[in-house]
Design a protein around this ligand. Structure first.
Ligand SMILES: Cc1ncc(COP(=O)(O)O)c(C=O)c1O
Length: 407
């Protein structure tokens, strides 16, 4: 398909609205993406025509909802290039996925003193569950720093492995610096030493085609609301080997076959890890969103974003009063910056907002990275495939204006 940006933009009703009297320039995609009309329509249809609980009823609507919900497992498997859709556990997003790995897998296989290797640029969702294990079970967290360009070298992660290492948990793409991590090399090296790898794909899967068969990780988590889907949807891939080492951590309906006073007979994977009524409509919308993105083509999306990334890098890099955080060569369209001696990140974002430009300011749920960079906040412009180079220009105008006010 030819990448027709105007046609793509017209799929997203919100992109034609105004904010503060100016055309919306939405550059907060790292936090959450906007939703195309097909997803909005699918949600409306699911609630107005096709709604019932899943996996339980023998009536028409329950069967229909179950069919639609279960079809999303195939869609996610196709999106991530996973052969067997039963390796996909549907959930509410990455935070739930990683907590499931922490409670369902790590607590089952780790002993006090065992180690987890983390990069310093992880999102809190890939840190705090491991802190729980540190606080409650004596698991040791080992941190690998980014280099001066904001890059995590695979060798640095692999060099940190000791005989006590039980997991490497690493992001595919930094939500602050945009740096892409060579997760395949990490997986190859770690697997040679028998260490499983969890990849946080919350940002990576949004900006490039993901091929789990090629990466070879044990766990890969994605979150629906950053992939044009509804909030409260997501999925995690778990390899067969790690499934066999897991125990369910949320108990309830759907994850059991039989319950007696003195015995429980469990359901099979993936249902074993999907207790209770799931986010039915969210998941159905998530499937439609992934189909929509695959319809455009993840390679096409990556190619369009590369143009935006290169243009934004040059433009932002040309401002000598702006400090761009990170300079990875392999990077996505996520830019964090501060103004040396100028406006605070919150002030910059407030000024940009007055011009209809939505960016995020703060710590971006990445406390250890902020500590490493020696800053307490940055401003972040994060682009999606529906953004344009003209929107980079709008950002530049807004930043120049902020600099004139505060510089
Ligand atoms: C890299 C990364 N990991 C994890 C998350 C958490 O995702 P969610 O809040 O959807 O569970 C985010 C969200 O910002 C993220 O950027």
């Amino acid at each position: 398909m030819v990448f027709d940006i105007n046609s793509i933009r017209s799929d997203f009703p919100i992109l034609s609205r105004h904010v503060n009297g100016k055309p919306l320039v939405y550059l907060d995609n790292g936090a959450s993406s906007q939703k195309p009309q097909v997803v909005i329509d699918a949600i409306k249809k699911a609630y107005s025509q096709e709604y019932a609980n899943v996996h339980r009823g023998l009536h028409f609507l329950s069967n229909l909802a179950t069919e639609k919900y279960e079809s999303v497992r195939f869609i996610v498997a196709r999106f991530l290039n996973v052969d067997d859709e039963s390796d996909i556990i549907l959930n509410s997003g990455t935070t739930e996925g990683i907590n499931m790995v922490a409670y369902g897998w790590a607590m089952n296989v780790m002993e006090p003193g065992d180690e987890i290797i983390l990069s310093v640029m992880e999102h809190h969702a890939n840190i705090v569950p491991w802190h729980f294990l540190r606080e409650r079970y004596g698991i040791v967290l080992k941190w690998v720093d980014v280099d001066e360009n904001g890059v995590i070298e695979p060798e640095a992660m692999l060099d940190a492995i000791t005989p006590r290492t039980k997991l490497i948990a690493v992001t595919h793409m930094s939500n602050v610096l945009g740096s892409v991590v060579d997760v395949k090399s990490i997986c190859v090296g770690a697997s040679a030493k028998g260490v499983p790898v969890l990849v946080d794909g919350s940002q990576g899967a949004v900006h490039m085609a993901v091929d789990i068969a090629d990466i070879g990780c044990d766990f890969y988590a994605i979150t629906g609301h950053k992939l044009c889907g509804p909030s409260g949807s997501g999925a995690i891939y778990v390899s067969k080997k790690r499934q066999s080492e897991m125990r369910p951590f949320i108990g309830g309906g759907d994850m059991i076959r039989e319950v007696h006073k003195d015995q429980v007979i469990y359901n099979d994977v993936p249902h074993l890890f999907e207790a209770g009524t799931p986010g039915i409509v969210q998941t159905i919308g998530f499937g439609v969103a992934l189909e929509y993105m695959m319809g455009i083509g993840m390679e096409q999306i990556a190619a369009h974003e590369k143009v935006i990334t290169e243009y934004a890098s040059t433009q932002l890099g040309g401002l000598n009063w702006l400090k761009l955080q990170g300079a990875a060569l392999d990077r996505g369209a996520i830019f964090s910056f501060t103004m040396d001696g100028g406006a605070h990140a919150h002030d910059i974002s407030t000024i940009l907002d007055k011009k209809g430009i939505a960016v995020r300011a703060g710590q971006h749920c990445a406390g250890p990275l902020m500590d490493h960079l020696g800053i307490n906040a940055s401003c972040r412009a994060s682009f999606a495939f529906y953004n344009t180079v003209e929107e980079v220009d709008a950002l530049m105008d807004g930043l120049r204006f902020a600099n004139e006010l505060f510089g």
